[in-house]
Design a protein around this ligand. Structure first.
Ligand code: SF4
Ligand code: SF4
Length: 214
């Protein structure tokens, strides 16, 4: 499961870097390497692009997993280059930005947009897998998430538009509820398709969400 990102345009990045001339670039060896938005090659490319728009790059690092414990060690190792920069340009997902803010007092500017949590279904094709709704239904839907796989996020069966197993919103895409039906049938658990899901408890997703482990 990976954090799926897309790179911002250089125009957007340039705007965010207004008044910040010395830049330290951080990539991530996990998710943004997989999506080719913040791995070694993209960080090197970004350094060239920054120089072309008149920025001074004080250094760069690709942290093995930017949202994890390794971030602190990488930041400590690169402290002198980070100290001489006006800001960090982050080519990790937003989770990496949050993590870096635990250790760095300077502005951290994201160079990528974090889109969703997904899986690589076929090489280079990423599909959203979970919207972290807090009330998981996968046990009753044979592992197909109706929140992310159905265009309308329906949890009590298909809409009236499903046609020959395809979705009415995107005819190229399988209807989530056809997938659920077929898998439940294979598992001999079709009775679950009739199970009524009550209205969702939106209190569970009130922001900011947090949890304490005792
Ligand atoms: S139902 Fe879907 S969105 Fe909700 S927790 Fe399960 S996989 Fe995630
Ligand atoms: S056709 Fe299927 S996937 Fe598309 S919106 Fe209707 S129920 Fe959801």
């Amino acid at each position: 499961m990976k954090s799926i990102t897309k790179q911002k345009t250089m125009e957007e990045i340039q705007q965010s870097l207004e008044g910040l001339d010395k830049v330290f670039v951080v990539g991530c060896g996990t998710c943004t390497t997989l999506t080719k938005t913040g791995g070694i090659d993209q960080v090197e490319e970004m350094k060239k692009n920054l120089q072309q728009i008149g920025k001074r790059v004080t250094g760069s690092v690709v942290i093995p997993t930017a949202c994890d414990d390794m971030t602190e060690a990488s930041i400590t190792e690169n402290e002198q280059f980070i100290r001489s920069a006006d800001c960090i340009l982050s080519m990790s997902c937003a989770l990496g930005v949050h993590r870096m803010y635990l250790y760095i007092g300077k502005p951290i500017i994201p160079a990528v947009d974090t889109l969703f949590i997904g899986v690589e279904e076929t090489p280079g094709y990423f599909r959203e897998a979970c919207a972290q709704c807090g009330q998981c239904l996968l046990g009753e839907t044979a592992g197909v998430c109706p929140i992310t796989a159905c265009h309308k996020g329906l949890v009590n069966g298909p809409c009236g538009g499903t046609n020959n197993g395809k979705c009415e919103v995107d005819k190229e895409k399988d209807c989530a509820w056809t997938l659920i039906y077929n898998r439940l049938q294979e598992q001999d658990r079709l009775d679950l398709i009739r199970k009524y899901q009550p209205p969702r408890n939106h209190h569970i997703t009130l922001k900011p969400r947090s949890m304490r482990i005792q």
